[in-house]
Design a protein around this ligand. Structure first.
Ligand code: ADP
Ligand code: MG
Length: 304
């Protein structure tokens, strides 16, 4: 059976058999016991197993199908800021005869409530800390969040009847982007900060980021990205929280007077991204209203 469907490992018992075969062959996996497949709950790309790290009895997670960029970044971040990601017990780029990235991470079973202001503040602190650590990590990243990125996703949103003045947001993209870039230089960031990619080992414990998709973007992009993805009315405004977090770490955020304009533009862009690439969200009336409002706000002021 082909375990690979072109994008992810297939969600089938054969994948578990494959991992069990590798336990006896790959020395770094020999320490695993009680390996148990975790069926997918969302459209994750990774294949997740629970297991026990036999030498210490600690609970771990094995992720198959980690990308080479993810592996590099998890290892670098865990070396420089071990408090920011789950402990990495082992990792590799091949398994058996297959080019397949894998990670063994300490299990962090608790999620956050993205309607809770304290949880969101902590999440934005973790995002800021990641940006701080990422400054010095000179590893390959995914393509930047730049004009080309939006010239790809905005037409997707428009084709899918994005609510609000979507054509206008695209038409002024270059002027707005020039203004955004003038406010603060782009930074390397986690790139997929949202509520499924943040965990903690104990309820209310320190937050740990997983699944980095490092990209260069305006510092506030991580917050605007998570805000639109949250889908909750009660999620507080994340851009000001990320700004506070960066400030507390001594990182620049541009002039405070421009923060609201920056937030408005990035929320419009993030709205078009998520409208374009997440068809399931389009039937949610709250989301559609939110997207329309974000786009209307963006075009209510002259470009830039
Ligand atoms: N260290 C961990 N501890 C507990 N659960 C984890 C851990 N790593 C991943 N998971 C679970 O598996 C899911 C998918 O993992 P993730 O690395 O985000 O993969 P994907 O690339 O598929 O999004 C996470 O949202 C989380 O529920
Ligand atoms: Mg993920």
């Amino acid at each position: 059976m082909d375990l690979w469907n072109g994008e992810a490992l297939v969600d089938a018992p054969e994948v578990t058999e494959f991992l069990h075969e590798q336990l006896g062959r790959e020395p770094s996996l020999a320490a695993l016991s009680e390996v148990e497949y975790q069926p997918r709950t969302t459209n994750e790309i990774g294949t997740i197993f629970r297991a026990v790290w036999a030498p210490t009895g600690e609970s771990v997670v094995v992720k198959l199908n980690a990308t080479p960029i993810e592996l590099d970044w998890m290892l670098e971040v865990s070396r420089r800021a071990p408090e920011l990601v789950p402990q990495v017990y082992a990792s590799g780029r091949r398994l058996g005869a297959v080019d397949l990235g894998w990670l063994v991470l300490r299990r962090a079973p608790h999620c956050i409530d993205f309607g809770c202001p304290d949880d969101c503040r902590e999440l934005m602190f973790a995002a800021a800390r990641f940006q701080q650590v990422a400054c010095d990590i000179d590893k390959v990243t995914y393509p930047p969040i730049d004009a080309a990125f939006f010239e790809w996703c905005m037409p997707e949103a428009i084709k899918a009847a994005c609510p609000g003045p979507a054509e206008e947001v695209l038409a002024r993209l270059h002027d707005d982007l020039r203004w955004v870039d003038e406010q603060s230089p782009r930074v390397r960031s986690h790139g997929d900060v949202y509520f499924d990619n943040v965990l903690s080992e104990i309820p209310g414990g320190p937050l740990l980021l997983i699944d980095p998709t490092p990209r260069t973007a305006n510092w506030a992009w991580d917050a605007a990205y998570a805000q639109v993805l949250s889908g909750k009315e009660s999620t507080p405004r994340l851009v000001p929280l990320l700004s506070e977090a960066r400030h507390s770490l001594g990182l620049p955020t541009g002039h405070p007077a421009t923060l609201e304009r920056l937030e408005t533009i990035l929320l419009a862009w993030s709205s078009m991204l998520w409208w374009g690439i997440k068809p399931v969200r389009r039937t949610d009336p709250w989301f559609a209203r939110r997207v329309r409002r974000n786009l209307e706000r963006c075009v209510s002021a002259p470009p830039g």
